[in-house]
Ligand binder design. Sequence first.
Ligand SMILES: [Fe+2]
Length: 158
Amino acid sequence: MSKLNAIGLDGKKAKKLSSELNDLLSNYQVFYMNVRGFHWNIQGEKFFELHLKFEELYNNLLLKVDEIAERVLTLGDTPVHAYSDYITRAKIKEAKNIHDGKDAVARILESFKITITKQRELLELAAEAGDEGTNALMSDYIREQEKLVWMYSATLKK
Ligand SMILES: [Fe+2]
């Protein structure tokens, strides 16, 4: 066991966790900007409905950006804070010029698949490190987003 950090977690395990959290943070930053773009560029008969839904979602993603960054700090590390790093680290790709509502929703669902999968990995790492704080945060995100996946998927059905 290596040295304990300020909150009593194994230093090496905390470092691994904060690095993975920085990857998650990078994904959220790209996801956030993509959804902001959907909010602006969406067209068609569902405009008002989707324009509002996307605003709700990007505000939610932005809250998570801050929570994850502050968790990284709590673990004793520095949150990634440059767009160039976000692009390199994120698995979610930038989405440009999306005007079609169904296309936007499909991309949101793909992005949730990436965040949920990453959060499950983090949940395991956190459990292994005895990091209840990160564990609880990831559990909340997973539960919330699994429900959103159901709801967004329903909009794609006829
Ligand atoms: Fe707006």
